[in-house]
Ligand binder design. Structure first.
Ligand code: LLP
Length: 417
């Protein structure tokens, strides 16, 4: 994170708080977010795209404190479900500052969005237009403003599971087969929606700026004849997870999109929905090293007290991370091994090829950086693990924003005997 430093005693501090003290106070595993870093990224996005045009993709990491922070820094919120909308509203974010996404929104979610008067609904399919027609026939609320999600047929050059722009996708109206045009014609004629713009999202963790430029071009050309006020080009900006990786900044991403749109004569407001690039680098996860199992001639397994339940990304996407000891963040990491969790399966790996200082020992704190996006939010209670707490640190203060789950929480929804 931006505000990380090494204290006189050699320990890592974030936002002026020693990671040793944070672990002692809140226990491990623990997510530590640098609050100033989060705020700086939100401001950078607002600066790069203009007030009202930057939506925080809340799926990356959502709790009331995060929703509020993004909103207070001038972002709107992208929510993908009724649950995300509920948290945003509970945090005090006005519904008109939220946009509802999803390829299979339920009638209940659409009703909720219309009743609360969300800023816009990003309509994904003809079936969804039917559902909105039916709801509006019941007069559930004012005519919703909608964007249509278009699938532009652009490859994002990222992992298959998180690519969404290609024609073979469950998302959106395909441009290539004429669905996109048919959807625009239907929405413009419809009295149950007000079409205010178009949307696309080509994928996530994208490092190739030209992919965004290409999507902007395809969308701008398609949108030109309709002269709609808004064009939202999705999220997807990648972040560096491991040493040697480099990603464009939010500012550079803004420049690429703005240049592309200017060159194409786009007159609409251009919006974006960054998630990962706002929150990923802001956080580290702190674990305690438990069992160390050396297998001579094979490898050493270093087990920590969390795992795939707080970071499923390595298992799901083969994603890489780094690891270090907060007591000696820059120590030479000469011991090689595999950093694994405590779940009951061999796939529960955090780092396939981890490097740690040679003196790493049982009881040491171990941290993995760049875990602020899609870790806590995709976490689970697998093996009835209680999910870790989240603290926001700033100017030497630590603010607990999600407490650790308890065993009682595990039974909170269990009504059977
Ligand atoms: N907008 C839409 C319509 C999206 O579907 C997404 C992400 C975003 C914006 C935000 O994308 P971001 O800026 O965060 O890349 N669980 C995966 C990522 C899935 C992203 C899903 N949609 C991962 O951990 O890599």
């Amino acid at each position: 994170p931006d505000n990380a430093a090494v204290a006189d005693d050699g320990w890592l501090t974030i936002g002026g708080c020693s990671v040793r003290d944070l672990a002692a106070e809140f226990g491990t595993p623990l997510f530590v977010y640098d609050e100033e870093h989060l705020r700086a990224r939100c401001r950078e996005a607002v600066e790069a795209f203009g007030h009202g045009n930057a939506y925080y993709a809340s799926k990356a990491f959502l709790c009331k404190a995060m929703a509020r922070l993004a909103y207070d820094e001038g972002m709107k919120l992208d929510v993908a479900t009724g649950g995300e909308l509920h948290i945003a509203i509970s945090a005090g974010v006005p519904a008109p500052a939220c946009a509802l996404h999803g390829n299979n929104k339920s009638v209940a979610e659409l009703r909720m969005a219309i009743e609360h008067r969300v800023g816009h609904i990003v309509v994904d399919s003809f079936d969804e237009l039917d559902r909105i027609d039916a709801l509006m026939a019941e007069e559930v609320g004012p005519t919703p403003k909608v964007l249509l999600r278009i699938t532009p047929g652009v490859e994002a050059h990222t992992h298959e599971f998180i690519s969404t722009g290609q024609d073979d996708s469950k998302f959106g109206f395909n441009l290539a087969n004429g669905d996109a045009l048919r959807a625009v014609e239907r929405a413009r004629r419809s009295s149950s929606v007000e079409l205010v713009g178009l949307h696309c999202h080509i994928g996530s963790n994208v490092f190739v700026a030209s992919s965004f430029g290409k999507a902007a071009e395809v969308m701008a050309n398609f949108a030109a004849p309709f002269d709609l006020p808004e064009l939202v080009l999705g999220g997807g900006l990648g972040v560096p997870y491991v040493e040697g990786e480099e990603a464009p900044t939010l500012t550079q991403w803004g420049n690429v999109l703005r240049d592309a749109c200017d060159a194409l004569g786009v007159r609409s407001r251009v919006g974006v929905e960054p998630g990962r690039s706002i929150v990923a680098v802001a956080a580290i996860t702190v674990y305690t090293l438990g069992t160390i199992k050396p297998i001579p001639g094979v490898r050493t397994y270093y087990s920590v007290d969390g795992g795939m339940s707080d970071n499923p990304r390595p298992v799901l996407y083969g994603s890489g991370y780094e690891s270090f000891l907060p007591r000696a963040p820059f120590a030479d990491r000469t011991a090689e091994g595999r950093l694994v969790g405590k779940h009951c399966e061999s796939g529960d790996v955090l780092l396939r090829e981890a490097r740690l200082p040679a003196d790493a020992a049982v009881g040491d704190l171990v941290a993995t950086p760049v875990t602020g996006a899609y870790g806590r939010s995709m976490g689970s209670n697998y093996n009835q693990i209680t999910r870790p707490p989240v603290v926001f640190v700033r100017d030497g203060d630590a603010r607990l924003v999600i407490r650790r789950e308890t065993f009682d929480d595990l039974l909170a929804t269990d009504v059977g005997h």
